[in-house]
Unconditional design. Structure first.
Length: 255
């Protein structure tokens, strides 16, 4: 599919299409190697669940292979709570600033995913962890002090934040209005992400927001047009709603 997308772009007249194909949360050398061999432009090796020295060894092995093919590698230090594909953790642990310079130096990674209070999924915080303001749960702020220390240790180095969806309440409300049951869904406030984007953070992952936008649009069509069975009639609105979300995030939050 990925190769087909590149070839199609060339057919449209793009001699060298600027298409990024990235592996997120690769959990083994074999998985990363397979993606590199298939032409991925970047991979992430997530050894954050391993002891430090094992994480270093695994990440270095991936980097040494990937760089032979001009493929960039993202590593991770610190543990995010929640579930992302096959990677899961019940508790989060902030990245230790005193480890980042050593990790980058030993592994040769091109970017580093860190943990400063974000987490995977649509339920990033429990209600009791938050402050209730005008009927809205406001979560504790991200650990910008940790981010600042990391920037001091690695000046100018590309930093990545995973698990940074804001969980838009309009999408959550639409899902619940049309038969869903997303209770106490809480994300990262957009003003926190704007602040992060002004730092060394160069990539912010927001997958759950996209899933919410897609699900909300599909549920709305199914509820309002229960006889509809043509995928084009519900996937079209879903795509449009996702596009609207991405434009908002790029222009108003992450830009």
């Amino acid at each position: 599919m990925a190769q087909g997308a590149v070839e199609y772009a060339k057919e449209l007249g793009c001699e060298k299409p600027q298409i990024v194909l990235h592996l997120d949360h690769g959990d083994s050398f074999e998985t990363c190697k397979s993606c590199i061999d298939m032409g991925f432009s970047s991979v992430m090796i997530d050894g954050s669940h391993l002891p430090y020295d094992e994480n270093v060894a695994l990440t270095k092995k991936v980097v040494e292979y990937a760089h032979q093919f001009d493929v960039t590698v993202e590593g991770e230090l610190g543990v995010l709570a929640g579930v992302e594909d096959e990677v899961s953790a019940e508790e989060s642990h902030y990245t230790k600033p005193e480890e980042v310079k050593d990790f980058v130096s030993k592994t040769g990674v091109d970017s580093l995913a860190i943990s400063i209070g974000t987490s995977h999924g649509a339920h990033k915080f429990k209600p009791e962890q938050c402050e209730l303001v005008n009927g809205v749960y406001v979560p504790p702020p991200l650990a910008f002090d940790v981010l600042k220390e990391i920037e001091t240790e690695l000046p100018g180095f590309p930093i990545v934040l995973h698990g940074s969806s804001s969980v838009p309440m309009d999408e959550v409300n639409t899902i619940n209005q049309f038969g869903g049951k997303l209770e106490a869904a809480i994300g990262i406030p957009e003003e926190q992400l704007r602040k992060a984007s002004e730092s060394a953070v160069c990539k912010i992952n927001i997958d759950s927001d996209s899933r919410l936008a897609m699900t909300a649009a599909i549920r709305k069509v199914f509820a309002e047009k229960p006889a509809e069975f043509d995928p084009r009639k519900y996937l079209g609105p879903a795509r449009d709603n996702m596009k609207k979300l991405y434009i908002h995030k790029i222009v108003n939050v992450l830009g």
